[in-house]
Design a protein around this ligand. Structure first.
Ligand code: IZC
Ligand code: ZN
Length: 424
């Protein structure tokens, strides 16, 4: 049995309380429900009590000796960060393509010439189970060091039934072996594999008739995602794929309007997607329809930064009533980072979001985007004891001193997994 953990005297305890039943929208994204001189008691893997230190002192005085006490004075305590969009499980690396882009090539040109997603697909197909596990586990360790305690992870570098299952099985093993919780998404429709270049509809049929039913039967994913983009999957093909997923119990997500406007946001609203992700080129009409349909916008400003493109207009989306979450998009092509805190900085600097809004976007709204807000995303009694402690005095400083990893301590399921900035 692990000891209870008692975090005391937080300069700010940002609880994000009150947003568990539905995604946080509009002005509410600025409300963090902060407790000053905050205190929180974690036991049996869950949050037992949250309040001021004075309140908890009254309650736990007698049991203080049993607990591992963390003095958080001068520090910011938040829910463990949640990354709702990653391509975590993959093999290989594409620094050569980064160099090609800096010499003038575009992301789509590289992909159409057989690189990009195809290059990572080749590496992932060639990798053994063990190699995939080891490479992805390294990234998970780095996520943890950046304060992240839950990640979504997509398949989509297999593009055959067997190789998609391999990726999803590795994700499941990592979920079991690593402190970070992984929520899996099937993304067989990430690219049209070169074998089907002349007949993409035949590949769509394989995704719908063979892959989706088998992934669902093995319960290897919660979500079904598609790269809806000119030259990848059309809105019509994307709709067929997402609707097929729904018939098998897989909830729809969509890579929408990333490179070109393609009515991806509109499609997300029309199929009732849980989230539409990217949205750099989303139309005003699409944004309006997303707000009406309650589709969460998962914004990835690191991808825009790394592709040297204009970021999604997060400010406008929040002002129009869309619930916004934020993510690294961790992948080897367009965002090879695990630093969700840096992505939050970019949310402020490139999307006009406030320091409070980006924290909401990386905690409770990120939890909603992967349908786990009932158990993570805020510091409330009964939720998982997932907590991150930053070596800054308040939530504004976390964004102001940008590009620095301020994570001091990470607690996952009530166990200290990062201490003094190092894996425990
Ligand atoms: O490997 O390039 N956009 N999918 C859609 C990606 C980027 C990942 C990649
Ligand atoms: Zn992605």
């Amino acid at each position: 049995m692990t000891k209870p953990v008692w975090i005391r005297h937080a300069s700010q305890l940002a609880t994000l309380a009150g947003g568990s039943s539905s995604p946080v929208v509009g002005a509410k994204m600025n409300e963090l429900s902060i407790i000053e001189d905050g205190s929180i008691w974690l036991e049996d893997g869950v949050i037992q009590r949250v309040g001021t230190d004075e309140e908890l002192e009254l309650h736990y005085r007698e049991r203080a000796k049993e607990a591992q006490i963390i003095d958080a004075s001068g520090k910011l305590v938040t829910p463990g960060l949640i990354d709702p969009h990653t391509h975590l499980v993959h093999a290989g690396s594409r620094q050569n393509e980064f160099n090609m882009r800096l010499n003038g090539a575009t992301y789509m040109e590289i992909m159409n010439n057989g690189g990009g997603i195809h290059s990572t697909t080749a590496a992932t197909r060639a990798a053994t189970h063990e190699e995939l596990f080891a490479q992805s586990k390294q990234r998970l360790d780095q996520f943890l060091l950046h304060g992240v305690t839950t990640v979504e992870a997509k398949s989509g570098y297999g593009l055959t039934l067997e190789d998609e299952l391999k990726q999803l099985e590795v994700a499941r093993q990592l979920h079991e072996a690593h402190p970070i919780d992984i929520v899996s998404t099937f993304m067989g429709a990430h690219a049209v594999p070169r074998e089907y270049k002349e007949n993409p509809d035949a590949f769509v049929d394989v995704v719908i008739e063979e892959m989706i039913p088998e992934v669902a039967r093995r319960k290897l994913a919660v979500f079904n995602d598609v790269f809806c983009e000119r030259g990848v999957f059309t809105p019509e093909q994307s709709r067929r794929i997402l609707e097929a997923g729904v018939r098998h119990g897989l909830l729809p997500k969509i890579h929408a309007d990333e490179i070109e406007p393609y009515e991806g946001a509109e499609l997300a609203a029309s199929v009732g997607a849980v989230s539409a992700d990217h949205l750099l080129r989303a139309s005003d009409k699409g944004i309006e329809q997303m707000a009406e349909a309650g589709v969460i916008a998962v914004l990835l400003p690191g991808t825009a930064f790394f592709l040297m493109a204009e970021s999604a207009n997060g400010r406008k989306m929040i002002d129009r009533g869309v619930a916004v979450a934020i993510s690294t998009d961790c992948n080897p092509g367009s965002s090879p980072t695990v630093s969700l805190p840096l992505i939050m900085n970019l949310g402020c600097l490139k999307m006009g979001m406030t320091p409070a809004e980006v924290l909401t976007a990386a905690t409770i709204n990120a939890a909603h985007a992967i349908r786990c807000a009932h158990e993570v995303g805020s510091l409330e009694v009964g939720k998982k004891a997932d907590v991150t402690i930053f070596d800054v005095p308040d939530f504004m400083t976390l964004q102001y001193r940008y590009g620095i990893n301020h994570v001091n301590t990470v607690i996952k399921n009530g166990t200290i997994v990062v201490a003094e900035g190092r894996l425990a």
